[in-house]
Ligand binder design. Structure first.
Ligand code: HEC
Length: 201
């Protein structure tokens, strides 16, 4: 009888231990949005992003690129504010005040194998302003992630910075060559991602 009690007590203690360990694990795991893999909160930087959602970018901005990610079935559309276009065309550099909006769409393969966007999922925005450095290797850019309707999903900077430092030689803009070509020719550039499929959400 006494043995039975000791065994029950042991089981109870182990169960409490497992529950506490589980709760700790949940609390300490980073806040990741598993549908995109992008981090929604920022543990390393508490700097709030000042990047606003431009409500009328669809009409007011110039779409300079469409980037297909065939393996993940994602199409990304890039827009830039009109006021920066002339400077980009002539100096091939991105001036302070530039706002780049990137929409990500799920897509299906259409006739001829080209991806056809079916649903807008996310709006990623990067804005450049003099003095806006938030990190030694992020240029003068700040980032924000919005839903298609303009509600902020995240203003965390570090997950955006971690990838965009890879193109510091392009002023942290992956699609800088397409942006310059589009600014110079007025033509939307269509291309496949140069950076493999793991980056495409
Ligand atoms: C996993 C790597 C990765 C992460 C993380 C990432 N990006 Fe990007 N981003 C890219 C790549 C690669 C491109 C170029 C488009 C392509 O090839 O699909 C890009 C393009 C962009 C563009 C268009 C301008 C440009 O640089 O070409 C914007 C705007 C953008 N990202 C915003 C963000 C924001 C905001 C975040 C953080 C919420 C973020 N990105 C996080 C890889 C990343």
């Amino acid at each position: 009888m006494q043995r039975q009690w000791i065994r029950l007590l042991m089981i109870f203690l182990v169960a409490v231990g497992v529950a506490i360990a589980g709760a700790n694990l949940l609390a300490s795991s980073p806040n990741i949005d598993y549908s995109t893999g992008y981090q929604t909160t920022d543990s390393t930087s508490t700097t709030a992003s000042f990047v606003e959602f431009p409500p009328d970018y669809n009409q007011q901005f110039f779409q300079y690129a469409t980037v297909d990610c065939p393996n993940s079935g994602i199409v990304r559309k890039m827009f830039v504010n009109q006021a920066s276009l002339d400077t980009i065309a002539t100096s091939q550099t991105v001036p302070s005040g530039t706002v780049i909006v990137m929409e990500t769409h799920s897509a299906q393969e259409g006739a001829g194998g080209q991806l056809v966007p079916s649903q807008l999922n996310n709006v990623f925005i990067r804005e450049k302003r003099t003095g806006w450095s938030v990190h030694p290797d992020s240029g003068e850019w700040q980032s924000a992630w919005y839903s298609p309707t303009g509600s902020r999903v995240s203003s965390g900077q570090s997950s955006c910075i971690s990838c965009h430092t890879g193109v510091r030689d392009r002023d942290y803009v992956f699609t800088l060559p397409a942006l310059i070509s589009a600014a110079q020719t007025g033509q939307l550039q269509r291309q496949q991602t140069e950076f493999g499929t793991s980056v495409c959400r």
